[in-house]
Ligand binder design. Sequence first.
Ligand SMILES: [Zn+2]
Length: 306
Amino acid sequence: MTSLNSSLEESIKTKRVNESAESENLPNSKRLSLICANLGILPLAAFEYLVLNLNTHQKDVEFQFIPIKQDHPFLLSLSPGSTISVDDFEAGVAEFIEELESQFRDQIQSYGLPNDCPGRPLIVSLARLDTRWYEMWEDDYSALFLGDWDLTMAPPSILDSLLSLIMVEGLLYTMLPDDPRKLTHLPTRGCLGDFNPTLRDVRYKTLQGFLCKECRSIVETSLGVERTIQWSNLLSKTWLGNLDDPKSPASVVAKLGYNLFVTRGLAPTKMEKLFEILKEDGVKELLKLVGGIVLAALLFWLGLKD
Ligand SMILES: [Zn+2]
């Protein structure tokens, strides 16, 4: 569910001013800063690589990670599996972001780096909200809560789901100052604009990764045909490729500890690891050999018996 408060229109006007200021430094591009709470046993390198790979497929928004301190009380309140009330989240988030941006600027200064823009914050956590919303879109930030995700929701895997939700955040941000509320509808069409009241219903839009005719038309009006095609291609995730191509993002992510075609949860289970090993050609050959030996032994034993 996306929480859009009534002051959005006013905020969009403010954003329009901010965005134009930002775009003076970085024409035609916006920055979305991922702020991750503790993501448990999810292989961070695989997750971060996938998110940063999005930067190579489109130019509208740059996804980035900024340094954060995991021991911040606000982030600790978003630890995996914990439940936080919307009121508590909203009470702490503004101060947290302010602190974070201040630290960001201090670090830039201390390293003597060129001035930079922290961008729009996107908070990612494995916590859950007491309302069971999995997504919040607010004036100055967005947040994703995957605490309600469980293995019965796979496929898609949790990493696949996260990637789709992050891409949609990028698209909505790109469409500003157009109202992001336009890109949502109650019927489930397997479209990324589906309004899903709970995380469990997100499966279809994540798996299909497409824009229905209505949503596509809205995006085209906002971004034009060419950029809509670019986003449609991105959302389809065909760019992930497959494991036959060692240079594909899917292969790289597998090497970083997450096989998108096998793993479902935060990290591979023992069975998933075994399955993955069995899929390796070399092991297949070994199994054939072992199978051959067993068969020969069986035939020999049967021969002796006769
Ligand atoms: Zn749609």
